[in-house]
Design a protein around this ligand. Sequence first.
Ligand SMILES: O=C(O)C(=O)C[C@@H](O)[C@H](O)[C@H](O)COP(=O)(O)O
Length: 356
Amino acid sequence: MDTIHIQTESKKYNVFVGKGVRNQLDTFLANHFPDLTRILIITDETVAKLHLEKLLLVLKPWEPIIYKGPSGEKTKTFEVYYDALSTALENHLDRKSVILSFGGGAVGDLSGFVASSFMRGIPFIQIPTTILAHDSAVGGKVAINHPHGKNMIGAFYQPEAVFYDLELLTTLPEHEIRSGFAEVIKHALISDARFYEWLRNNVDDLNLITLDQLSYSLIKGIKIKNEFVSQDEREMGIRAYLNLGHTLGHAIESEMGYGNFTHGEAVMIGMIFALKLSKKLLGLTFDLEEFIEWVEQLGYKTKVPNHLSFEKLVAKMKQDKKSVGDSIRFVLLEQLGQPKLQKISETILLEELKRF
Ligand SMILES: O=C(O)C(=O)C[C@@H](O)[C@H](O)[C@H](O)COP(=O)(O)O
């Protein structure tokens, strides 16, 4: 088992990564929550079907309450949030209760937001079941979506711990592996040219990635994320670099309808667009053609779906959380591993999108 220490201004906690780490959850709960009253597991239908029995085995003495939402991004709605809170209230959770988030990024975002707002905040623990969650389960961004934009209603609220059990990643469908791996590639691009080279040289088929390669990539990604989050928990500055590819990516997800295009796959298109802009505006020296060839080989789409309107995408990008006043701010790269926030006008964006 590997342990990564996350240190933010508001909280220090550990991410435990390894095969079977879920089996240590009962000891952790007994040690950290001696007065624990109730456990609410928030999960989704897919994860419940595949893995819930395994978790319940570990938690037997606590007889947890279970809330199952819809799978994927469709779980990050006001209705599901309200339902999950109702379940907590109807089952008499109190301030000595703990919420366990059991699922991918969407479940983690929903559960964390429920935990952050129930009785003004009760503890929660992340038990991720996807590759994407190496990013979303760490750093405390929790949220639900609004039809006007992704993650628009949320908080910064750190978990008590993250139990990243690699055994639970073996059932992921191909598009989920792709979605999660896009965030691994993002972590490399914004901070570590050597890690990027390693990925380029070692990963050419996501279906054949070994557990050792996956574990190395996830741990690297989590450590990179910690570097940003530990210095800037509430995204006043450098944390925004973790948003590479997300400005356009979120707009695509929103315009496609949440849940109809995976987060990471949309972010990959956003990253290619950002890299193109970086070459044009900042003189980034980077073989973009070779990058596109590589990610196409990994199964990613590299163009904006052609039925989407560029004008609507730009309107969505204007609502991005990095925007200030009327200006859209993009994360670009000066060079590999050197991100920069850059204001870009609506006119230029529209022109570049049309060319993209
Ligand atoms: O943790 C962060 O900070 C990130 O930006 C990581 C992103 O990969 C993640 O998708 C995040 O939830 C996006 O945040 P948002 O503030 O753009 O909604």
